[in-house]
Ligand binder design. Structure first.
Ligand code: ADP
Ligand code: MG
Ligand code: MG
Length: 255
């Protein structure tokens, strides 16, 4: 069973005024079969955590470690991380003009599986996953994220999740910009993915509303670049009614 282990992670970001420390000692273990939610105010460093684990070049790990089943994730290239079974959906997925969704997904699956899926079975797999996620078949021919609405980008992320079957998925603000219907489809997709029990999910979010559809086993409050409190799913309800004021000293709603 897969285990992602983050230990005392410190991360700096390069700014015009030099390096600025954003993550100040993050400790977190996500095991297959578990769903963890990280919740916190804007600017607390939640996305920095996902970028650092993804290997974004702008984010420098200055100390600490990230391992997947004991293997050093930080020593891996971005491709190697995907092949090792890590999936990172970004808050602002990149546009890849001129590359169709179906080609993009097949390339990603090839990278993860180590060999190209057979074209005929692949087309069937993609169709089945798209039907489940209520995605228009024409979507497969469009360029990646080009002109996608917020909801379409999120469905695309969940489509990747369904097709790549990673060991650990990190989903950053998967709920932002979704209307009620899209939120339901995306949540159903994540729940289906979770149901296998073989994968771990780290759901990063500012708002509690997605947690009405996806029940986490653990909720962690993120503030000032570290986890300041951990609890069960009931902690999300406390945050919904009380916001983050207790952690930041300023009013910010979480619901
Ligand atoms: P969150 O996702 O919790 O809203 P972020 O990780 O996006 O927080 O940002 C945390 C802090 O780091 C913020 O103060 C933000 O301005 C800063 N930061 C993040 N990325 C960059 C960057 N690429 N350049 C400069 N500052 C950044
Ligand atoms: Mg420390
Ligand atoms: Mg963010």
């Amino acid at each position: 069973m897969a285990t992602l282990e983050i230990k005392d992670l410190h991360v700096s970001v390069a700014t015009d005024d030099g390096a600025k420390e954003i993550l100040k000692g993050v400790d977190l273990t996500v095991r297959a079969g578990e769903t963890h939610a990280i919740m916190g105010p804007n600017g607390s460093g939640k996305s920095t955590l996902s970028y650092a684990v993804a290997g974004h070049p702008k984010y420098e790990v200055t100390s600490g470690s990230v391992t997947l089943d004991g293997d050093d994730v930080l020593a891996m290239s971005v491709d190697e991380r995907a092949r090792a079974g890590l999936f990172l959906a970004m808050q602002y997925p990149v546009e890849v003009p001129g590359v169709s969704m179906s080609n993009f997904l097949r390339t990603a699956a090839t990278a993860v599986r180590g060999e190209a899926p057979k074209l005929r079975t692949w087309v069937k797999e993609v169709k089945a996953a798209m039907t489940e996620l209520e995605i228009d078949p024409a979507f497969a021919e469009r360029s990646v994220n080009e002109g996608f609405s917020g909801g379409e980008k999120k469905r695309h992320e969940i489509l990747q999740l369904a097709l790549l079957s990673p060991k650990i998925a990190i989903l950053d603000e998967t709920d932002s910009g979704l209307d009620v219907d899209a939120l339901r489809v995306v949540s159903d997709g994540v729940n289906r993915f979770k149901a296998s029990g073989e994968t771990g999910v780290l759901l990063i979010t500012h708002y509690t509303r997605i947690l009405r559809h996806i029940t986490p086993d653990f909720v962690h409050v993120f503030a000032g670049g570290r986890i300041v409190e951990s609890g069960g799913s009931e902690l999300a309800n406390v945050l919904e009614s009380e916001g983050y004021v207790k952690y930041t000293g300023s009013q910010e709603a979480a619901g």
